[in-house]
Design a protein around this ligand. Structure first.
Ligand SMILES: CSC[C@@H](O)[C@@H](O)C(=O)COP(=O)(O)O
Length: 385
């Protein structure tokens, strides 16, 4: 099991680690209602596409276990769950895992309530149990999926670059904290660390404006004792331009995704697109690591992926801790970096990398390589596994 985790589920209670306080404080908070799950996702106390989906499902599970008891009717539970799942779907727009999880719960509710009503059974607790079990299965599935992604991804890279002497770079946070455990892109890096004879070095970007790289990925790599260096987002092209001089050149940039369209276009943390352009310029691999739940086959291409725009304060300020000179204790602080005043600030949380810049998409079912003509056909590739 991982040494780090985004959530703890012990029926009927869900706890998440407040990622706004990491890496300096480890505070667990209760998420036992739909409203608290909505707040935790919206404010990014929990974030990362797979973790959002799992927390939403388990938040609902906890809510109904606390709300309902014997004697509740099928229609009461059905109406309640339809309302809560719809509400939770408004918490963040880009990660498709949230909608996939909510749609799955809705489907279970509709199917089970039809079945009960047609058999003349009016026991809403049967639906409650079914929904809770489904939410629990999402937790287990994501953990297993990530381990499989780690295996396929590390095999793919070792096959291409040998067992030693190459380095990799990652963006944002895609590890245990962004998933049910192990991680997607960071899962591949964990697996490389374990299986490659001598993984050169790992570079992680700080990932402005929200710093998931410096706050969370650096923390995970540090705790896992994987050799790494933190770089700012603007250092990557210079870093890779020096590949010739280093003993372990960067051969791959590995990222996760919030939503992959049917043609392979990939929405991920802002800054991902420019990393893909850098990879193309230097002729190195650009790898997207995703569970199949992050692939949205209903969308033809990336222009249809809804992109979240966040508060301008994330750009004009920076948050962290200060050391109190008198007590030597850490104090949380948000400091203003940009000038005070009324001016434009643009803060898209994600961008879309065109499929033709992606070398391969690694899923838990296997590796999907880009075709010679620069395209992906995800429907057929997934069907053929
Ligand atoms: C395995 S997580 C994949 C993505 O969700 C991750 O790269 C990312 O963009 C997270 O964005 P965030 O805004 O922190 O939720």
């Amino acid at each position: 099991m991982d040494s780090m985790s985004a959530l703890k589920w012990v029926r009927p209670n869900l706890k998440i680690i407040d990622q706004l306080l990491l890496p300096h404080e480890q505070v667990w908070i209760d998420v036992c209602s739909t409203e608290s799950a909505h707040k935790a996702i919206k404010t990014m106390q929990v974030r990362g596409a797979p973790a959002i989906g799992v927390v939403a499902a388990l938040g609902i599970a906890s809510d109904i276990l606390h709300t309902f008891s014997n004697g509740v009717s099928v229609s009461q539970v059905r109406e309640y769950l339809f309302e809560k799942t719809s509400y939770l779907s408004t918490s963040r727009p880009t990660a498709v895992n949230l909608f996939e999880a909510m749609d799955l719960l809705k489907k279970i509710v509709a199917e089970k309530s039809n079945e009960l009503e047609s058999n003349g059974i009016n026991d809403g607790m049967i639906i409650v149990e079914q929904v809770v079990k489904t939410a629990e299965s999402l937790l287990e599935r994501d953990l297993n999926d990530n381990k499989a992604i780690g295996k396929f991804g590390s095999e793919f890279l070792i096959e291409r670059h040998g067992e030693s002497g190459f380095s990799v770079l990652t963006h944002c946070n895609t590890g245990s904290l962004a998933t049910a455990g192990y991680g997607t892109a960071l899962g591949i890096i964990r697996s490389l660390h374990k299986n490659a004879k001598n993984l050169g070095h790992v570079y992680c970007t700080e990932t402005r404006p929200y710093n998931q790289g410096s706050r969370l990925t650096a923390y995970e790599l540090f705790v896992e004792k994987i050799d790494f260096s933190l770089v700012t987002d603007s250092m990557v092209s210079y870093l890779i331009s020096r590949n010739e001089e280093g003993s372990a050149p960067v051969k791959a940039i590995i990222v996760g995704a919030d939503r992959v369209a049917r043609n392979g276009d990939t929405a991920n943390k802002i800054g991902t697109f420019q990393l893909a352009l850098i990879a193309k310029h230097f002729g190195i691999d650009f790898i997207v690591a995703v569970p199949v739940t992050s692939i949205d086959l209903t969308l033809d291409n990336g222009s249809l992926i809804p992109i979240e725009y966040r508060n301008k304060d994330e750009v004009t300020t920076t948050s962290g801790v200060l050391v109190n000179q008198n007590s030597n204790k850490l104090e949380r602080a948000t400091v203003r970096v940009a000038p005070f005043g009324d001016y434009g600030v643009w803060n898209p949380s994600f961008d879309v990398t065109p499929a033709n810049l992606i070398t391969a998409i690694i899923t838990e079912k296997g590796t999907i390589k880009r075709h010679e003509n620069g395209t992906f056909d995800l429907i057929n590739s997934l069907a053929n596994f």
